[in-house]
Ligand binder design. Structure first.
Ligand SMILES: [Zn+2]
Ligand SMILES: [Zn+2]
Ligand SMILES: [Zn+2]
Length: 253
């Protein structure tokens, strides 16, 4: 396993940082660049690395035999950063602009006639609350909701309502007559087949346990008023509190 550590730097050192506590003084102008950490070229690979830890210099080329070694030996378990390395800043070319804000933009409210937008990959994603700043996962089916207790921010976009026809499989159409069973059984289970008006009814007897009855519908049943097709449409538009719950082992909070 490889483990990476990143050291981020601000691009425009004279602009106040968005992460600075409210009321902090503005950064000094012009910015005073401190003396950077000492660089040394590696005896084994020739690549230059900064002195990152005060315990001693090491090569940071991961393919090098001297990588992560101080004078040829493994470093101590506890290492301390060299303040010069933490405080050094790169002199970027004048007026270089960050490609985009680290804080993601909110999804546009309306994308015209783009029917699939609400089920797009972008819409699975969470958001950074414009009111309190918290980064939230998308948990609710109906909306984006900020998880901060005192914050009431919610956000919605027009959602696509799928028809049963749109997700039907043309190679496995809904039957006009009785349904075709795709059930299978194994072991000591017995199956009894009945036809009850438009239903195909399979009853499975599990020895010493009980029975399971599978009612298989056909088109007449699915399409009747307030039947399964109407329910499918209604459930996509009603708020029945559908949401994602964190997995037991999830570290996402
Ligand atoms: Zn090296
Ligand atoms: Zn993804
Ligand atoms: Zn919020």
């Amino acid at each position: 396993m490889k483990c990476f550590k990143f050291r981020f730097e601000k691009l425009d050192l004279e602009l106040p940082s968005w992460w600075a506590p409210i009321g902090s003084p503005d950064p000094p102008r012009p910015y005073q660049y401190p003396k950077p950490a000492v660089r040394r070229a590696c005896d084994s690979c020739g690549e230059s690395s900064p002195e990152v830890y005060i315990e001693g210099w090491m090569c940071f080329t991961d393919s090098c035999e001297s990588f992560w070694k101080i004078d040829g030996a493994d470093p101590p378990a506890s290492l301390h950063y060299n303040p010069a390395f933490l405080e050094e800043r790169t002199k970027w070319p004048n007026k270089v602009k960050a490609p985009y804000s680290l804080k993601p933009a909110m999804l546009p409210e309306d994308r015209g006639n783009d029917a699939c937008y609400s089920v797009s990959h972008a819409c699975w994603k969470g958001f950074s609350c414009p009111k309190c700043g918290r980064c939230n996962s998308r948990e609710d089916w109906n909306e984006w909701k900020c998880q901060t207790e005192e914050c009431d921010y919610t956000y919605r976009i027009k959602r696509l309502v799928l028809s049963p026809q749109a997700i039907s499989n043309p190679h496995d159409p809904v039957t006009d007559g009785h349904a075709i069973s795709k059930d299978f059984i194994s072991g000591p289970v017995t199956e009894k087949v009945d036809f009850l008006e438009n239903y195909r009814v399979h009853t499975y007897d599990i020895a010493d346990c009980g029975t399971i009855t599978h009612f298989m519908a056909n088109r007449t049943i699915n399409e009747r008023a307030d039947g399964p097709d109407d329910l499918f449409l209604a459930l996509q538009q009603a708020d029945i509190g559908l949401k994602r719950f964190p997995l037991k082992n999830s570290t996402c909070k």
